[in-house]
Structures are given as C-alpha cells and as structure tokens.
Design a protein. Structure first.
Length: 391
C-alpha cells in the first residue's frame, strides 16, 4: 500500500477490499484520499496525472486515487460519508495502512451471506449504470444473490426512465464483464427479474413469455434457454455472446406458429446486429452474433450436411475465426459434440488448391475450388468411416 504522510491519509477502497475479504487476489486497486489536498498529493507523488472532471481523481502507476465527494468534520466522518455513497454494500469498505477496516453498516453481513445490496436507496438515481454493474457482478460471482432491495430499486430506476440516457459503450463494457463471468446467464436473469431489459436489450424483453420450442425439445422460455446456454458456454466471452444471440429470432415468431420456430435463424440476424451496434460492441462481437443467429441451426445438423454445404459452413466459420466458438455453442445447445469432426474436415479442405489453368476466372474459379473441396471432403469422410468400421 502507498503510505500516507502527515497531511495525507490514503486508504484502499471498494472491490479490492471486497476481494481480500472473500479470500481472492485483488486485480484493480482503487484508493481514497481521506485527508489532505490535491497539492499535498502531487508534492508526494509528482508523477500522478489528474483525470477527474467533477471531482479530484488522479492516476498514479496505473492506480486510481480519488478525493471524497463530501467531507466531514473528521477524517473518520469523511470516510463514513464516502462509504455510504458507494454502489453496493460489499464494495463499501476501506482499509488503511495500519490494517484498520472501515465499513458500511451492512457490509460484513452481506459479505458473509453473499448478498448484493445497494448502499442507499438512491444509488441508481446517482448512477444508473449501476443497474448493469449489478447484473455483471452476479454473472462474475454467482455465489451471490440479489437482495430484495436491489431488485426493487432496479425496477424503480427502469420505471423512472433512468436507464434511457446511459452512454451505450459503458453498458457494453459491463456486458462484456458479465459474458466473461462464471455464470454469464445471470446477467440476463437479473435484468429480466428487475424489468430492466428495455431499452438496451429490447430484443430479449418479450422472450420470457415465449416457449423456446415444442415440449419434446424444450421446457423453458426463450430467455431461460438462452441464459442456460450462456452458462454452459462460460469461459469464453465471444462464445457467450453468440449464445445470447443465437435464438433472438424466436422472439419474432408469429403467435400462430408457436411453439415451433421455423426460420428463426435467418430472422435473428438483424436483431443480433442491432443489439451489438446499440451497445457499441467491437466489430468481432457484432459479426459473431450475426453468424451465431444465422448458422447455429445448420451447424447443429453438421453430421447430416452434404459435403458442399459443409465446405461453405466451414469456410465461413474459418474466415471469421469462429469455428471453435461455434463448436462450443453447438455442444452446449445440442448436448453432444455434433461438430466433433469439423476441425479435421477443415484441415483437409484447406489442403486443396486450384490448378493454374482454373485460377483468375472470377466466380468460376470459386465454384471450381468449392467443388474440389467438396470432393476431397467426401473422400476423406469415406476413409474415416472405413477406419472406424475396422476398429
């Protein structure tokens, strides 16, 4: 910890203290300058850079040092005021250089019971982005549960329209944190429970009331199915995003066709694109969502596809860098490794090249190459089948 001097009192605050209390190694260290002035801090740490807009914040050696937004008559009162204004009780803790712990009145109980609770009733009014931070937190820390007050205040924030004007990329950042979590489906589950899917996740807002498919194959709503597949894909944020997008087209199925969802793959491409662009996600995510919606049904029937269709599918996934992601998604969605042979099949068709006489003929060259690859794949699969029979 960076030491305080006679004028400065600096404490570690927030998530780093929470992680220490949970027995985890902190990754991001944030500090509160509970006493002293900005000039005092700069004299002690002249390399620090001022980055604050509404109040004094400095960056030093990659760490954030903030001055309190409100000050009390004593240092202890200042610390208490700061802790009571934070987002969640489990983040409302501070540790000084002597090991003294300062907490919100509910922090230690909520750490013990693994409960996510807002620090104060107006927490989402002060910063509506905290709604999505809560969802991301439960995706990252699935052992925690939402306190009833959290859900109530999230609902109130949505009803008051406080979610409408959040900067989109900030929501995208929280979403990506959730997608990288241990139970990413919790991101959607909490937003749905608190009626916070609109206006940013409108493509999923009605999916709670729509069956994911005929009872023979599905016993959940579209949203519950999507969240379940996201959980099964945990460990790769791109794959989890693909899981979020793969069945978006089901929300567009006309009521008279339910519970079947014929053509939902193609129907889901535009919603996946709109969702990714609305949240200003990186292009790789947007493209992955489109491909997931468009191709997941075809990929799920990989074993049944004709060689030419397999070549088209494999090349599209290969060129987008999403083959392994689609394999993982299909395994989670189908409950078996339906694309097990896909990597070997791809390696085989990539060995094929056009003879010189068939090159530079435009679309004709493309058709010839596809035909050669399909023939090669057919022979390769026949050979593999024979080997399996002889084992």
């Amino acid at each position: 910890m960076i030491s305080s001097n006679n004028r400065l009192k600096i404490l570690i605050v927030g998530g780093a203290v929470r992680d220490l209390m949970l027995g985890r190694k902190p990754h991001d260290l944030d500090f509160l300058i509970a006493s002293g002035t900005a000039q005092d801090f700069l004299e002690a740490y002249p390399a620090a850079q001022s980055v604050g807009k509404n109040y004094e914040v400095f960056i030093f050696k990659g760490m954030e040092f903030s001055f309190p937004r409100a000050t009390g008559k004593t240092v202890e009162e200042t610390i208490d005021l700061d802790l009571r204004s934070r987002d969640f009780t489990i983040n409302s803790m501070a540790l000084d250089e002597d090991g003294n712990l300062y907490t919100h009145p509910d922090s230690l109980e909520d750490i013990t019971t693994r409960t996510l609770r807002p620090c104060f009733a107006q927490t989402f009014k002060e910063d509506p982005l905290r709604v999505f931070r809560a969802a991301a937190f439960l995706a990252r820390f699935p052992e925690f549960t939402a306190h009833p007050d959290l859900v109530t205040e999230m609902k109130r924030a949505a009803q008051k329209g406080r979610l409408n004007n959040i900067t989109p990329d900030r929501i995208g950042v929280e979403l990506r944190k959730g997608l990288a979590g241990r139970k990413p489906g919790n991101f959607l589950r909490l937003l749905q429970e608190a009626n916070c899917l609109t206006p940013w996740f409108t493509e999923l807002a009605s999916s709670t009331d729509i069956p994911a498919g005929p009872p023979k194959y599905h016993d959940k709503s579209v949203l519950d199915h999507i969240a379940e597949i996201m959980d099964k894909c945990a460990g790769n944020a791109i794959t989890c995003w693909m899981a979020m997008c793969h069945d978006l087209g089901k929300s567009l199925t006309p009521d008279d066709l339910l519970p079947a969802h014929h053509g939902h793959g193609k129907a889901g491409v535009l919603p996946a694109q709109k969702l990714g662009k609305r949240l200003l996600l990186p292009n790789k995510f947007i493209r992955a969502g489109e491909i997931s919606a468009q191709l997941h049904m075809k990929a799920g029937r990989y074993r049944e596809l004709r060689p030419g269709t397999k070549v088209d599918l494999l090349m599209k996934l290969h060129l987008s860098g999403l083959l392994e992601n689609m394999i993982s998604l299909c395994r989670s969605d189908r409950g078996e490794d339906v694309m097990k042979t896909a990597p070997a099949d791809l390696a085989e068709i990539l060995k094929v090249s056009l003879p010189p006489k068939d090159r530079n003929l435009g679309a004709e060259s493309g058709e010839k190459l596809r035909s050669l690859r399909a023939s090669r794949l057919k022979s390769f699969q026949h050979s593999q089948n024979l080997q399996n029979l002889l084992k």
